[in-house]
Design a protein around this ligand. Structure first.
Ligand code: HAM
Length: 408
């Protein structure tokens, strides 16, 4: 679990702001749910035999003995809230987004943490493949907006309760024939969760299953039609993608369209965002029979991909260096007034020499500096120095904001 320190928090804020701006254009509004839910919610939605539920949840009994879990993802809590608050009654289409911490007891490594943050979006109520394309367009738009292009969108279809059971049976049969080279984990799960074997990262498993049957070759007529329409609309909207027939998601609620946005910049944790359709989930949780589709972006992984020194850094507009107690007090009042007016201003609080104050102004990257000493107090005038080129203008201390405004 990580602290987000002041020197990178601007990158987080930039990403959060970009998501809010982009998602708003597509009609998504934010929902905030508790970080704690009943354990049962995740078992029923993500699936009992998934890695998340089997091994990765922070689960404990509260003081009344109820089993509670720190949310490992955002979709199930949002659906729980959607049902509980009867949001379906408000509009036939509900578009929700969220930003917040998730918790998984995973083996930590670069890009994989036990508390991590997701920016997610869920569109509920539409089965039409145009909404799948819209969701992917929005994801593409967001990545364009934040300036990350080193990602590739992989899509697949996982079929539905009509076509998947048959395919699943065929896959189990196929895997039974070649169990020996598979890793211990796959030998254990091929019966309970055979699709996951296709997604195993172990080289031996990948080689052994290279010719395994693929779900997209066994789709029923409706799923096949749906998937080809999704691709048609993505082409129409110029959203680049590749079909990855081996992609299987680690959560059981998915049907039909699934996708991952992958990068080769993060080592083995290559998915920066992922999602898909979950028609049937809301009904299985006791809600109305409504389809849904969404995604979640891993914020830590985005932060790793972004250059934290790029011009997103917010530098102080003004550093006020002051010498003498009267000047320090004047500087303090000036700085506070400017801050109240929305100007990022800084000063020294450690009684440092003028030279040391100027060094700090430099280190902070202040755009302007202002020096106030006895002479400036007497005349009410000071020199405002632009740090980039050293140019100076004389300013009235009492109308500093007016002078500074056009310069910012
Ligand atoms: P997920 O694939 O489990 O899907 O997670 C989505 C993204 O969260 C991943 O692609 C990754 O970027 C990030 N992530 C997951 N685990 C970690 C971790 N331990 N450390 C850092 N980042 C991580 C879901 O959670 C679904 N709820 C997505 C969804 C929304 N599907 C439909 N709607």
């Amino acid at each position: 679990m990580n602290d987000v320190l002041p020197d990178v928090v601007n990158v987080w804020q930039f990403l959060e702001q970009a998501a809010r701006e982009v998602f708003a254009v597509y009609g998504f509004t934010e929902i905030r749910t508790p970080v704690l839910e009943k354990t049962e919610l995740f078992c029923r939605s993500i699936g009992e035999t998934t890695d998340i539920v089997e091994k990765e949840m922070y689960t404990f009994a509260d003081k009344s003995g109820h089993s509670m879990t720190l949310r490992p993802e955002g979709t199930a809590p949002v659906m729980r809230s959607f049902i509980q608050n009867r949001l379906a009654a408000r509009d036939p289409v509900t578009k929700l987004c969220y930003i917040g911490p998730m918790f998984r007891y995973e083996r930590p490594q670069k890009g994989r943490y036990r508390q991590f943050h997701q920016i997610g979006a869920e569109a509920i109520g539409v089965e039409d493949p145009r909404i799948d394309a819209q969701i992917l367009l929005m994801l593409h738009h967001f990545f364009t907006r934040i300036g990350i292009s080193a990602v590739s969108l992989e899509i697949n279809s996982l079929g539905c309760p009509v076509c998947r059971p048959d395919y699943r049976g065929q896959l189990i049969q196929y895997l039974e024939e070649l169990l020996e080279p598979l890793c211990a984990e796959c030998q254990r799960r091929y019966q309970t969760n055979p699709l996951r074997v296709l997604d195993c990262k172990v080289e031996a498993c990948r080689l052994a299953t290279a010719d395994a049957p693929a779900m997209i070759d066994h789709l029923c007529g409706d799923c096949d039609q749906h998937f080809s329409q999704v691709r048609h609309y993505l082409d129409l909207l110029n959203v680049p993608y590749v079909v990855n027939a081996r992609m299987v998601r680690g959560l059981d609620y998915y049907v039909r369209t699934t996708f991952e946005l992958v990068t080769d910049q993060l080592g083995s944790q290559n998915a920066v965002a992922a999602g898909g359709r979950y028609d049937g989930l809301i009904e299985s949780l006791g809600g109305p029979a409504l389809p849904g589709i969404g995604f979640a972006i891993g914020l830590e992984r985005l932060v790793l991909m972004l250059d934290k020194d790029a011009d997103r850094t917010l530098l102080p507009e003004l550093f006020i260096a002051a010498l003498g107690s009267e000047a320090v007090e004047k500087a303090f009042v000036l700085m506070s007034k400017l801050q109240a007016q929305g100007v990022h201003a800084e000063m020294d609080f450690h009684g440092k020499s003028l030279k040391a104050q100027m060094r700090r102004a430099d280190k902070l990257g202040a755009v302007h500096t202002l020096i106030i000493g006895d002479e400036e107090l007497r005349s009410g005038q000071a020199q405002l120095k632009k740090m980039a080129d050293g140019s100076q203008v004389s300013v009235h201390l009492d109308s500093l904001l007016k002078t500074l405004r056009p310069k910012i």
